[in-house]
Design a protein around this ligand. Structure first.
Ligand code: EPU
Length: 420
């Protein structure tokens, strides 16, 4: 059996000090895929050193690109793309690999991408991505677990998403930049990561209107220039640190944030009695001795993000009363509940709704991470819990939180990584 890495966390310390948020994983991944739209040398700044970023770089390398990441600057040379396949082994470890589909078909007229299949948080189909590309004239077939897509040149089309899909919107927006004619995406996702991608594409010469609204209009152009872009700060990492300050009754300054991307989380966290003050691009957070309960329902942006549901639930486990947490985006995103119970949390689930009855104290326990955000929630609970906790399978957290234990340790947390 290979050794797995774990965290040993001794809870009870109030976090204090200053932490700097990294660039957003979910903004960087589509930007990396967008480099396929123009055969040139691209530069992305503020890119976090994360497992998912390395997986996307490996995928681009397989396609013939050359990637190098140094101190947050990612250079990608896409002058010699000579393969068009996203293999099962990579897509299986990271669903966002599917983001190369739109750019490859738009720029090279062909792509072969493994079907992602289900994952720990739900079935997560990509039917909407495929429907949209078909509308745009792509010929799509499924063969041996792979999507085969081809098109001489994509055509603009009107695309309606019955669910506002984030990566679907990004895939279609990228594909449409090089299509012939106008593409209109209705009920588009409005996440800041979609807007950041549109900003970079526009700087490449793409014609895009409405990103950040629910109708995006893209006028196709013949070719695009290289990308030079700084990735937006990670609103989910920032929100996780807010919650870390809140759950430890700490006092933390969080730098490199865009508070306007975090309204839903900031408003909700304030209801728990946590003080959050905005100082330009920083937040000053002071946690209460014990949080007040607050109900939460996850929604597409600008609603409360599903990527913060597990962490917020960790906070509610020690609230002075009961809270109701409803997950509306993914059908199976309560895997952390059974693990949170191991700390002594009282949580019951009925369908998509969890009722959390706040308890006085959590007790350290051995727990197991099941997905990226679930693992963050376990770390948060362990920071509050009395005594020692061991969090297993932390490779999940390394997918999306850069140097998490170093950042927490600098704030006074007792946390160490070890191999078992
Ligand atoms: N959906 C469909 N059909 C599709 C596409 C989506 O039914 O073709 C459904 C999904 O099953 C889900 C809902 O639509 O129920 C929304 O999913 P969406 O497509 O928006 O999710 P995604 O694009 O696959 C991104 C983030 C996720 C984040 C979700 C929701 C990236 C790389 N991933 O995923 O991030 O949870 O949006 O905000 O941007 C994470 O970082 O931990 C993470 C999972």
């Amino acid at each position: 059996m290979p050794k797995t890495q774990k965290f040993r966390i001794t809870g009870g310390n109030r976090l204090k000090g200053t932490v700097r948020v990294s660039g957003a994983k979910n903004a960087a991944l589509p930007l990396m895929a967008a480099t396929l739209l123009s055969s040139s040398k691209h530069t992305l700044r503020g890119v976090p050193a994360l497992k998912d970023i390395f997986t996307m770089a490996e995928l681009l390398d397989d396609l013939g690109a050359v990637c190098s990441l140094k101190k947050g600057t990612l250079e990608i040379n896409t002058e010699s793309i000579d393969a068009f396949e996203a293999p099962y082994e990579l897509v299986r470890t990271m669903r966002a690999s599917v983001l190369v589909l739109g750019p490859l078909v738009a720029r090279y007229g062909r792509a072969k991408v493994s079907l992602p299949g289900g994952c720990a948080i739900g079935a997560r189909p990509i039917n909407l991505h495929l429907m949209a590309l078909e509308r745009m004239g792509a010929n799509i077939t499924l063969e041996g677990g792979y999507i085969l897509a081809s098109a001489k040149r994509l055509k603009g089309a009107r695309v309606y998403f019955d669910i506002p899909t984030v990566t679907g919107t990004e895939n279609v927006m990228m594909a449409a930049t090089l299509a012939k004619g106008t593409t209109i995406i209705e009920n588009a996702a409005r996440e800041p990561e979609v807007v950041d991608l549109a900003r970079a594409l526009k700087a490449m010469g793409a014609e895009i209107k409405g990103a950040g609204e629910s109708v995006i209009t893209i006028q196709g152009v013949k070719e695009l220039n290289p990308i030079k872009h700084r990735v937006i700060p990670d609103r989910i990492e920032a929100s996780t640190f807010i919650t870390a300050a809140a759950i430890t009754a700490g006092e933390v300054t969080i730098e490199n944030v865009l508070p306007e991307h975090m309204d839903a989380v900031i408003e909700k966290i304030k209801q728990t009695g946590t003080e959050v003050k905005t100082k330009g691009k920083a937040l000053v957070v002071k946690g209460p001795e014990r949080p007040l309960p607050a109900n939460v329902k996850t929604m597409p942006y600008p609603g409360f993000p599903t990527d913060m549901q597990a962490q917020f639930m960790a906070l509610m486990t020690v609230a002075e009363g009961s809270s109701i947490i409803t997950e509306t985006i993914f059908e199976n995103r309560f895997m952390h509940v059974a693990e949170l119970r191991r700390f002594g949390a009282e949580i019951s689930i009925e369908g998509h709704t969890a009722t959390v009855k706040g308890v006085d104290r959590l007790k350290g326990a051995p727990v197991m991470a099941t997905d990226l955000r679930a693992s963050a929630s376990l770390v948060l609970a362990a920071l509050r819990a009395e005594g020692e906790s061991i969090v297993d399978r932390i490779y999940h957290i390394d997918r999306g939180y850069e140097a998490i234990e170093k950042k927490l340790r600098a704030l006074g947390a007792e946390i160490e990584r070890f191999k078992d």
